[in-house]
Design a protein around this ligand. Structure first.
Ligand SMILES: *Cc1c(COP(=O)(O)O)cnc(C)c1O
Length: 369
């Protein structure tokens, strides 16, 4: 631990932040590694996005379009949204951070569900606000608990739907009830990072609720189904008053030109997105069944990962399972940081990756029994 400097100290709250630890990508000793720890798309981006990225090399001396005009237009076309109410960011992480900087500060609270995405609490603290975790029911966000966590100090409520790392989904009616029940000063942020993977009927990533209300903003990412995590690209759709605020606080050139170009190509390729979603669903269901047959239960998964229960300790526990998988080159995500020490989050890779995980878990359960 670095000791704080005696006089050159940051604002209160900053030193309470435990830095975000990303998914591991290496395994000492294993010669072939399959990374299943960061929910990346095993198929990569669509060919048009790679081509657009390469073509952007010719313009690297020039600043990007700070207004992200072409990309916002492409997003608007793909999703049937008004580009004027879209703002782009360097990953949706940046948008989460900008929302906290703009709306929450010392004396304010930011609510999220108990096993919500870690960046909500980190960004709240970075802004000087206090994160408040609402209990979940069955590893699923609980609207009554979230509403009970809110008071007149609450400025933001974050809900990932589907949630990472639990994978669980709230029905649109429950999300609408949350938005309708919030105190007047609280803005609901619907983080729809995994929206493209959802096949549940009646799902609204947030577009409809944003249009119906003035206190809801939706965030999206190019890091998951679009396969562009390395470029850092995300966007938000919200009421004009929120978009105006985000445009004031963001950096003037917060999205790089290669990201703008690749993103516009990626979002236009709806066929590619549909194909990736179908592959994900097929292999997610397959892996869930194989894990269940091995005695490892998963939550109801709606994203591109499963949350698998191994237990907290003993020869079958999550730590032992993680070590076993890692020794075979399969990198999964430990969940202690999320308060889920008995679980591993496993991204849905390609067919070979899913088969490798299922076989390794079978061997682990047999060998360790
Ligand atoms: C992966 C993820 C994001 C995306 O972050 P980027 O900064 O866009 O890469 C946002 N929210 C959740 C819940 C995620 O799992």
């Amino acid at each position: 631990m670095t000791q704080p400097h005696p006089t050159l100290t940051p604002r209160p709250g900053i030193l309470d932040i435990a830095p975000y630890v990303g998914g591991e990508s290496g395994a000492p000793g294993a010669n072939r590694v399959i990374k299943l720890s960061a929910n990346e798309n095993p198929n990569g981006p669509c060919p048009a996005a790679i081509e657009a990225y390469r073509a952007a090399a010719a313009g690297l001396a020039l600043y990007p379009d700070g207004g992200a005009e072409a990309l916002r237009a492409a997003i608007g076309r793909a999703h049937g949204l008004d580009p004027a109410r879209i703002v782009c960011g360097a990953g949706s992480d940046e948008i989460i951070s900008l929302l906290c900087q703009a709306y929450a500060g010392p004396g304010d609270t930011v609510a999220h569900s108990r096993h919500g995405f870690l960046m909500y609490a980190i960004s709240a603290r970075a802004a000087g606000a206090e994160p408040v975790a609402a209990p979940e029911a069955n590893l699923t966000a609980d609207v009554d608990a979230l509403l009970a966590a809110c008071d007149d100090r609450t400025r933001l409520v974050f809900l990932a739907n589907p949630n990472n790392p639990t994978g669980t989904l709230l029905p649109a009616s429950e999300v609408a009830r949350l938005a309708a029940g919030l105190p007047a000063r609280a803005l609901l942020v619907l983080d729809a990072a995994y929206a493209e993977y959802v096949s549940a009927p009646g799902y609204d990533a947030g577009e409809k609720l944003v249009d119906a209300r003035d206190n809801v903003v939706m965030t999206r990412t190019f890091s998951k189904i679009h396969g562009l995590a390395a470029l850092r690209l995300g966007w938000a759709y919200g009421p004009a008053h929120v978009i105006d605020v985000l445009n004031r606080v963001r950096g003037p050139f917060n999205v790089s030109a290669p990201a703008l170009a690749a993103g516009a190509a990626a979002i236009a390729d709806k066929e590619y997105v549909a194909r990736c979603a179908a592959l994900n669903e097929a292999w997610r269901d397959w892996l869930t069944k194989r894990l269940a047959a091995a005695g490892v239960a998963c939550t109801d998964a709606h994203g591109n990962f499963v949350l698998a229960h191994f237990g907290e300790s003993g020869p079958h526990g999550a730590a032992k399972a993680d070590a076993w998988l890692k020794a075979r080159g399969l990198i999964c995500r430990r969940m202690e940081g999320y308060g889920l020490p008995g679980w591993l989050r496993i991204s849905i890779g390609d067919e070979a990756a899913c088969r490798a995980v299922a076989d390794a878990v079978d061997a682990f359960r047999e060998g360790a029994a």
